[in-house]
Design a protein around this ligand. Structure first.
Ligand code: 3BY
Ligand code: FES
Length: 433
């Protein structure tokens, strides 16, 4: 289901500012210096000016994952999400979802300072200007004030779309036009998990001392996956391998993986679940990759034995052995969909050297904590993996800060990192053109 979200171009204003000529020249110079197939020049990871350009050229112009409907299950429920200098309110309403800039039209205070909550009208904590759920200013009393037109001071709106229970927002006046097409690609993979009918079992926020692009680059390869012992229990350790280049000591595991993949393809066909890989990370404005892969051991979930982590299947799924369906979206999100739970990941840039990574574990609405799942066991693998990834990202940020840093080559097994960087550089070239 793709719900249109209430938006009014007129009140959006020109939010995705254009770069100054000086900024544009700086970005162009650095992009020209870049060697294809190599990581970026250091300022892309360290320079506040480039971070500002990223906020305009990437976060100000593209579709961004914000939250899932499970985080705002009832009308009035909201989350606030920050992307660099932007703060947005994602508010569930009777009709769908409203996305509003969290900037009071009086003197600019954050209207809703909390990360999450439930509200009727939106009341600014400074001088109590009061907005409706649609952002209209409905109350702003001040003694002696007579000639004040409330209609001119509605909260600014951003575009929003809900697809298969995921809320995406776009801050641009004119969002990239290919989003509906991309939504049409991923919806059939996600819909059977019924995210809209799931429940948040746990949410983790970690601040990584690293530029948002380092967070994304690290996510887009498994070259480093020996550094994830917990995750390695359920993933087949075949990353980077392909037919013809399997070393003798990995032949057994390779063959087991091939068998598991065939079995999974058979099951997906039986249940009418899409199986084909979608690989359009840098060939689209809204870059996407989806793959369905078997899990090792029992093949059910991200546990040490591969056994299920929640006793309740999601949505109308009928089998626990569905491996993982993984989706990567540019610029800031990735998702793992398992038969018994879904994990959403979003990177929220804070500044050029810090990124908030939010991980949310969703289980079936009727799954009972302590009965159907144990929250520590459910979250163990990815909590550990996230901490390990945080460390990898921070190692790279420290490296990029050094005058000795020089861009290094991406290996074949890092082709998705390269696709991310290609996507980024293409978008930035468009931005500074
Ligand atoms: O989430 C992912 O898909 C990647 C692969 C494993 C490590 N990383 C976080
Ligand atoms: Fe919000 Fe004054 S800044 S009411």
């Amino acid at each position: 289901m793709t719900l249109a979200v209430n938006s009014r171009a007129a009140s959006r204003g020109r939010l995705a500012a254009a770069p100054t000529e000086e900024q544009a020249a700086q970005v162009r110079l650095l992009l020209d210096e870049r060697r294809t197939g190599y990581s970026l020049e250091a300022p892309f990871y360290t320079d506040p000016e480039i971070f500002a350009a990223d906020m305009q050229g990437i976060f100000g112009r593209h579709w961004l994952f914000a939250a899932s409907l499970a985080e705002i299950p009832e009308p009035g429920d909201y989350v606030t999400v920050d992307y660099g200098p932007y703060s947005l309110i994602v508010l569930r309403t009777d009709e769908g979802v409203n996305v509003l800039h969290n900037v009071c039209r009086h003197r600019g205070a954050r209207v809703l300072p909390e990360k999450t909550g439930t509200t009727g009208n939106l009341v600014c904590g400074y001088h109590s200007w009061t907005y409706s759920a649609d952002g209209d200013l409905i109350h702003a009393s001040s003694p002696g004030e007579t000639s004040f037109d409330k209609a001119c001071f509605a909260l600014k709106k951003a575009h929003g779309r809900v697809v298969a229970g995921l809320v995406f927002i776009c801050l641009a006046d004119e969002p990239p036009a290919d989003f509906d097409e991309v939504a049409g690609i991923f919806e059939p993979y996600l819909a059977p998990h019924e995210i809209a009918n799931s429940r948040v079992a746990y949410q983790q926020d970690i601040i990584e001392e690293g530029n948002w692009k380092l967070v994304m680059e690290n996510n887009r390869e498994c070259y480093h996956c020996d550094g994830h012992p917990e995750l390695a229990c359920s993933l087949f350790p075949t990353w980077g391998l392909s037919e013809g280049i399997v070393p003798p000591h990995l032949e057994d595991v390779w063959n087991r993986n091939v068998e598991a993949e065939d079995a999974l393809r058979g099951r997906c066909t039986r249940y009418g679940l899409p199986f084909e890989i979608v690989e359009e990370l840098d060939t689209r404005v809204t870059g996407i990759r989806i793959s369905r892969e078997p899990l090792d051991g029992a093949g059910e979930s991200f546990s040490a034995t591969g056994r299920r982590l929640s006793k309740k299947l999601l949505g109308d799924l009928r089998d626990f052995r569905l491996g993982r369906c993984s989706m990567h979206l540019q610029p800031n999100s990735w998702f793992h969909l398992i038969s018994d739970h879904v994990i959403t990941f979003a990177a929220f840039p804070i500044n050029e050297h810090q990124t908030l990574v939010r991980t949310t574990w969703l289980v079936a609405d009727d799954a009972v904590e302590g009965v159907d799942y144990d929250v520590d066991t459910l979250t163990h693998t990815w909590k550990q993996t996230n901490l390990q990834d945080k460390n990898f990202v921070e190692m790279c940020q420290q490296g990029a800060n050094s005058p000795a840093y020089e861009p290094g080559p991406y290996m074949k097994s890092e082709y998705q990192v390269e696709a991310f960087i290609n996507w980024y550089t293409q978008r930035m070239r468009e931005h500074v053109a």
